[in-house]
Design a binder for this molecule. Structure first.
Ligand SMILES: [Zn+2]
Ligand SMILES: [Zn+2]
Length: 175
């Protein structure tokens, strides 16, 4: 998504508003964006650079880390990034983005902020009970008898860890 800042290029304090859609970034994981990212914001000429403030709204499908079922989620994140005119200089840190001419291309800025906003783990609902580490049944749907009703949460964590790494309690992979 590109924003024309021509009208405020030489006008400190000037603001350009924008809204539109940007193609969602490509990921190598199982996460799939189901729509382009909706972008709504403004660019302000600060006198030293251009400050972009925007709200990004995006949607994706992903598998629950506990029960492995696919679910949809919508998320929003706020962006505040600075853009400076001119080419990237050697040794420059990445505290701001670069642009040239009258056009600010928000593509990289949007992709980075969307990826940064994604959580470390994906759980379909906070109550998700996950799969039984013994028999593999989805405990949201049916309960099974192979796990004691009151399992120590610490122990369960360890158990899940063991089965993820392929050596379940009985030495067999769950896959
Ligand atoms: Zn789940
Ligand atoms: Zn079971």
């Amino acid at each position: 998504m590109k924003v024309n800042i021509g009208p405020i290029c030489d006008m400190p304090g000037g603001v350009v508003e924008f809204n539109g859609r940007q193609e969602a970034p490509n990921l190598q994981t199982g996460l799939v964006f189901t729509a382009p990212v909706a972008v709504n914001g403004s660019v302000t000429n600060t006198g030293e650079g251009f400050l972009v403030k925007a709200l990004l709204s995006f949607q994706y499908k992903v598998n629950c880390d506990r029960c492995l079922k696919e679910f949809d989620r919508a998320q929003e994140t706020e962006v505040v990034e600075e853009f400076m005119a001119g080419p990237v200089e050697p040794g420059e840190d990445d505290l701001f983005f670069r642009f040239s001419g009258d056009i600010i291309d928000l593509k990289d800025c949007i992709s980075e902020n969307v990826l940064f906003a994604l959580p470390m783990s994906f759980i379909c609902t906070p109550e998700c009970k996950g799969l039984c580490p013994e028999c593999g049944k989805d405990r949201n749907i049916e309960s099974c008898t192979c796990v004691p009703q009151q399992l120590n949460p610490q122990f369960e964590k360890l158990r899940n860890l063991l089965s993820i790494e392929g050596g379940g309690p009985n030495g067999k992979s769950k896959k």
